[in-house]
Ligand binder design. Structure first.
Ligand code: ZN
Length: 332
């Protein structure tokens, strides 16, 4: 057998991965796949937040209701960031009060500070999410403070949330690459994730915000994070800029990860990174899971119809490949 002893790795390009210095341990790649996964639908928040035109509140409410009806059990509904920063989410309270609360579904919301947290609770939120970046430059440009300062700002939320028994999810953005700094060290992302868990987050979502990760960099990231955090508390949040998101999810499943964020019809983008795509499409993720025999509780046919409907309503192309294929096959 010919042994391929060496091959040249590309060295040019802002986000190309450096050569692997630490090969992954073999056992991590041979773990059995999980039998079920949790899908966190982020389309109504992470997705719609990046729509240029203001989306009517009624449309947002209908999207959330339809997703719950299709079996989605976690739907990030909106954000309580100041409407000055994110006008698209200015109807946050109306959305929270307008949705039908499906008994089996939770509707977390993003809260940047204690004021946003208070408004979220008044609007009936039972779970919130906070966010920090793994890159200093992104943190400064996105939320105007250092990573350490941003974590400090969330302390009051975690303390009040704990007294109210409100669950707090943490996000780390730019875990693989940053639009300003290029490649991000997995150790840095792991350090921020570990801090969020230590502060009281029950789960941390690892966000490849600009979608530059690949299965190797994602597995190195998970390996770094799972040194200090149980894999059951880690979620994958992968944007699909380079078309790697589904491969990244598969690579994460191989590491035992079983929580994934996704966006109906692949809604979204990143206002801070030109050309960045939205999150991986929920339809594509469910198609993958079905093929692998992994339970999600979500009805793929219904989901595909929702993706088609919301894409038409927003007059944007449907970003879900599986969704488009299923709708093309479905009788008119
Ligand atoms: Zn995202």
């Amino acid at each position: 057998m010919t042994k391929i002893s060496a091959f040249s790795r590309p060295t040019a390009g802002a986000y190309l991965e450096p050569a692997i210095d630490q090969p992954l341990s073999r056992h991590t790649l041979t773990m059995p796949l999980p039998s079920q996964v949790k899908i966190v639908e982020v389309g109504p928040r992470d997705g719609l937040q990046n729509e240029k035109q203001i989306v009517p509140t009624t449309l947002k409410i209908e999207l959330i209701n339809r997703l719950a009806e299709a079996g989605v059990r976690v739907i990030e509904a909106t954000s309580f960031v100041s409407p000055k920063w994110v006008p698209q989410m200015g109807d946050n309270s109306a959305v929270m009060q307008g949705i039908e609360r499906h008994a089996a579904t939770v509707y977390p919301v993003l809260t940047p500070n204690l004021h946003g947290f208070d408004l979220a609770i008044q609007a009936g939120a039972t779970e919130v999410a906070i966010f920090a970046a793994a890159s200093e430059s992104f943190s400064r440009k996105n939320i105007n403070c250092s990573i350490a300062e941003s974590l400090k700002r969330f302390e009051p939320i975690l303390s009040v949330a704990s007294s109210l028994e409100i669950k707090v999810r943490g996000y780390v953005s730019c875990v693989v690459g940053c639009p300003y700094e290029g490649a991000v060290d997995a150790k840095k992302a792991a350090e921020v994730a570990k801090t969020l868990i230590a502060m009281g987050c029950y789960e941390v979502s690892l966000g490849d915000t600009i979608g530059v990760g690949n299965p190797a960099s994602i597995q190195r990231l998970i390996e770094a994070c799972s040194r200090d955090i149980p894999i059951a508390k880690l979620a994958g949040h992968y944007h699909d800029t380079y078309g790697m998101a589904i491969a990244n999810i598969y690579a994460s499943l191989q590491m035992g990860m079983h929580i994934f964020d996704s966006s109906i019809a692949g809604l979204g983008g990143c206002p801070y990174a030109q050309g960045a795509s939205g999150n991986v499409a929920t339809e594509d993720v469910i198609y993958l899971m079905r093929g692998l025999g992994i339970e999600t509780g979500i009805d793929l046919a219904k989901l595909a119809a929702i993706g088609d409907w919301i894409s038409t309503a927003l007059t944007r192309p449907n970003g879900a490949k599986a969704g488009r294929a299923l709708c093309a096959k479905a009788p008119a």
